[in-house]
Design a protein around this ligand. Structure first.
Ligand SMILES: NC(=O)c1ccc[n+]([C@@H]2O[C@H](COP(=O)([O-])OP(=O)(O)OC[C@H]3O[C@@H](n4cnc5c(N)ncnc54)[C@H](O)[C@@H]3O)[C@@H](O)[C@H]2O)c1
Ligand SMILES: [Zn+2]
Length: 360
């Protein structure tokens, strides 16, 4: 078992990573002395796989638990579902000392965190992430929220969990496309922070894709370490936390343009990472080798790197200028200088952006 800490003063918390540790969650929560009432929030697909293990572990630790299920899908990460959860919590008399447990991917984690942040002005919550994306990204760092029909993640809060408990064995039931999409965020950490981790991802690609236990533990641990280091320095994204958005300026525009249906999040980010690396080369910051190493890595993990021909560069450009992270018309790009080091770049000329999106 590996234990990392996200250092945020009195809101610090541990990330525990191990294989087969799901059944230990009850004992761990008992040791943390939460009040005995616990509500597990999940969806039917994940709960049918892991609900019994989690509920019996909590019960064996003498915690009084019940569960609430949300239908599976991003479209249910909304205000109505969070209202429904609150109704269930009130009906079951959860009090201010109680704890919520998010069992699932990023959708369940974001919604549970959001409810935890507003229920009776805030109660404890614990993350049990079951997708690679949730294990390396969304469960750590305290961004919570739900979608509004006018925009994704438009209602939310910064609210940290009390514990992140990662059982890498849950990835064995995850669809391979979902796993590989999560790998895009793992590759991102290599590019923004750690060149030797990037090399490891290339060297061990077969083991990683084959879900080798040690390799999974290594990549999840290193990803969480990097995310924790960034978040500890800039919890509310007032500065350097923005480097976690490498690939996301263009990636989000692709997701918006394709109505979130054609690409999984990591797939859109993969294209974004390649195109933002290309932008860096156009700006004479990165060299050709850097761009091609990123593209080769995406190929190895069967992730897309090119923009499909039917996606118009002007449409993407428009989405980027309307993005919530674009301040006063200034688009922000995270630009690799080399593998392992990025810079935050504003004031990029529109012609350079268009050239990166649409090579001649
Ligand atoms: N809070 C943050 O910092 C942050 C960061 C990145 C993404 N997100 C959010 O995360 C969400 C996406 O998360 P996601 O990619 O985990 O998607 P998801 O939660 O929709 O899960 C993907 C699919 O996998 C299924 N699933 C989950 N675990 C499984 C398992 N172990 N075995 C089999 N099936 C399993 C789910 O039921 C779902 O159908 C988005 O809403 C995004 O906005 C948040
Ligand atoms: Zn992302």
């Amino acid at each position: 078992m590996d234990i990392l800490t996200v250092n945020l003063g009195n809101r610090s918390y541990d990330i525990v990573i191990g294989s087969g540790i799901l059944s230990g969650i009850g004992e761990k929560m008992r040791q943390m002395r939460f009040s005995p009432k616990v509500c597990v929030i999940s969806n039917p697909a994940v709960f049918s796989l892991y609900g019994d293990t989690v509920m019996s572990s909590l019960e064996e630790a003498y915690l009084e638990c019940f569960h609430v299920l949300i239908p599976d899908g991003e479209e249910y990460k909304n205000f109505q579902q969070s209202y429904h959860v609150v109704t269930e919590l009130l009906g079951n008399k959860l009090d201010r000392q109680s704890c919520l447990v998010a069992l699932g991917g990023g959708v369940i984690g974001d919604l549970t965190g959001f409810v935890a942040s507003v229920y009776m002005r805030g109660i404890h919550f614990v993350q049990l992430p079951t997708t690679l994306l949730a294990q390396v990204d969304s469960s750590v760092g305290g961004k919570t929220g739900v979608n509004h029909h006018l925009g994704k993640n438009m209602i939310g809060s910064f609210y940290q969990p009390r514990l992140v408990w990662i059982d890498t064995d849950t990835l064995r039931t995850l669809a391979q496309r979902q796993f590989l999409s999560g790998m895009a965020e793992v590759i991102k950490y290599g590019v923004i922070w750690d060149g030797s981790f990037f090399d490891y991802l290339m060297r061990k690609n077969q083991k990683i894709i084959g879900l080798d236990r040690d390799a999974l533990r290594t990549i999840i641990k290193r990803s969480c370490q990097i995310k924790a280091a960034v978040v500890s320095q800039d919890e509310r994204e007032e500065g350097m936390r923005a480097i976690l958005n490498y690939g996301h300026t263009i990636g989000h525009a692709i997701e918006t343009e394709t109505n979130y249906t054609r690409f999984l999040h990591g797939e859109a980010v993969a294209i974004g990472m390649h195109l933002e690396a290309r932008l860096s080369r156009i700006l004479k910051i990165a060299d050709d080798g850097t761009v091609s190493r990123i593209r080769e890595m995406l190929d190895v993990y069967s992730l897309p790197s090119a923009l499909p021909k039917d996606i118009q560069c002007n449409a993407l450009f428009k989405h980027m200028s309307l993005d919530k992270k674009t301040l006063e018309g200034q688009m922000k790009f995270i630009i690799p200088e080399q593998i392992g080091k990025v810079r935050i770049q504003t004031g990029v000329h529109p012609d350079d952006i268009k050239e990166a999106l649409n090579p001649a």
